[in-house]
Design a protein around this ligand. Structure first.
Ligand SMILES: Nc1nc2c(ncn2[C@@H]2O[C@H](COP(=O)(O)OP(=O)(O)OP(=O)(O)O)[C@@H](O)[C@H]2O)c(=O)[nH]1
Length: 418
């Protein structure tokens, strides 16, 4: 019989080790633990997926083979298989490094060789209630969000990773609740439920939880968890209702009315002031105005993520990801419309549902915006001001000053200016 596995993720100091010590003390079964300290691993599997959407056929395989999670996989799989051969235990817990994402680890237990002896039951993410509140849920204090430095690899803001950990899990443990008021704790829970509507939320102090709540959870489903992130749901709901007039934004005030998705939670209560919107335009963004916009985002914006079409980057599909106080722009694919006609046709045959514009093909900006106590309509109006004007459409777009990356996988980080 395969051994159940729980992957424990969460940022540095959130309380993973504290939670784990408690679990080991109180669990009534033999638990083996593997600590994964591959600090440099920094893969955004969402982005791999975006590439998959954009580049059909052989490119996908090449990209996935080339990605770091596979080298992590070899090492991790070897370690857990060896553990399984040499020891007897009832449950394995893998503690992910605080600067890594749980997804590549989880994939090893689903698709990798470790999927034989093991069966992934859940990904659990531990959140530091105090820090999460101050960074993401504190829109009415008027304080500027804490400035987050880049992570170890120097490319990706820490806050972005924190949200990626939240967005890819089955169970969220909100720890350090002794450091927040009840109202603050409820706000944190509401924001978390918006960011990851599929996950259970458990609140705790000093990692004290019933082991059954952690080890007994059996709900891992790669497809479901990959699609569950609030921003992704918002974009997908928008795509399905893609008969909006040209340039009109979808207003999916929390994608919760989307009945196709499994949905275990009540709507994030209106009283928390949380809203989700998608912004969709088929007109390029002016690189200078867009960069200025990203340097001046409002406090209440919790998360923004999606694809951007930036003038002067004719080929590059650029993923923008905002969390904390920084936005990462990364080239994650190539617009199909930038290929010669015959290849465009091949790619489009592979994706019959891909929305296609007569003039611009698949080039578009489609962003999910998640905010708290923030006027998303006003934010969208500001984004509209970043679009090229009719007159600018005739400019030479390469003349614009442009900080957006150019090569596949390259990133630029734009911080909010104090
Ligand atoms: N006040 C308070 N402190 C806590 C709580 N849980 C853990 N801590 C403290 O927070 C610090 C970090 O906890 P750890 O369990 O080491 O966190 P971690 O996520 O394992 O950290 P890394 O191993 O660095 O990734 C320790 O000093 C804990 O004693 C809590 O609920 N409240």
């Amino acid at each position: 019989m395969s051994v159940p596995v729980t992957v424990l993720s969460g940022e540095l100091g959130a309380g993973k080790t504290t939670l784990l010590s408690g679990l080991l003390e109180s669990a009534d079964c033999d638990v083996a633990v593997l600590v994964n300290d591959v600090g440099a691993v920094n893969v955004d599997a969402d982005l791999v997926e975006v590439r998959t959407d954009l580049a059909t056929g052989e490119e996908v395989v090449a990209l996935e083979n080339g990605c770091i999670c596979c080298s992590l996989g070899g090492e991790l799989s070897r370690a857990v298989i060896q553990l399984w051969k040499e020891h007897e235990f009832d449950h394995l817990v893998v503690e992910a490094s605080g600067v890594g994402e749980p997804e590549p680890i989880a994939r090893q237990f689903v698709r990798g060789p470790a999927g034989g002896p093991y069966d992934l039951s859940a990904v659990v993410t531990v959140v530091d209630a105090r820090r999460f509140h101050d960074r993401f849920a504190d829109a009415d204090s008027g304080d500027a969000p804490a400035v987050q430095g880049p992570d170890d690899s120097g490319t990706r803001p820490l806050a972005d990773l924190v949200l990626a950990q939240v967005e890819f899990c089955d169970l969220l443990v909100v720890n350090k609740c002794d450091l927040v008021s009840d109202a603050e704790r409820d706000r944190v829970a509401a924001v978390l439920e918006t960011l990851q509507p599929r996950a259970e939320v458990v609140t705790t102090e000093h990692g004290v939880v019933d082991p059954a709540e952690i080890l007994g959870v059996e709900r891992f489903d790669l497809e479901a968890v990959t699609d569950a992130a609030g921003w992704k749901r918002a974009i997908e709901t928008d795509e399905r209702g893609d008969d909006h007039a040209h340039g009109e934004a979808g207003h999916d005030h929390c994608a919760d009315d989307n009945e196709d998705h499994e949905h275990d939670h009540a709507h994030p209560p209106e009283r928390y002031g949380i809203a989700v919107d998608t912004y969709h335009r088929r007109r390029p963004l002016h690189p200078e105005r867009f960069a200025a916009f990203l340097a001046d985002l409002p406090d209440g914006l919790v998360r923004a993520k999606g694809l951007c079409w930036i003038a002067g980057r004719d080929k590059q599909a650029i993923t923008m990801s905002y969390a904390g106080s920084e936005t990462t722009l990364e080239v994650t694919g190539r617009w199909i419309a930038s290929f010669p006609a015959d290849r465009q046709e091949t790619y489009r045959r592979g994706q019959p549902d891909l929305p296609w514009d007569e003039e611009w093909g698949d080039r578009e900006t489609r962003l999910a915006l998640i905010g708290r106590n923030v006027d998303l309509d006003a934010l969208e109006a500001r984004l509209d001001e970043c679009l090229l004007t009719d007159a600018e459409l005739d400019d030479d777009w390469l003349e614009y000053e442009n900080v957006a990356p150019t090569g596949m996988g390259e990133t630029t980080v734009i911080s909010i200016e104090p």
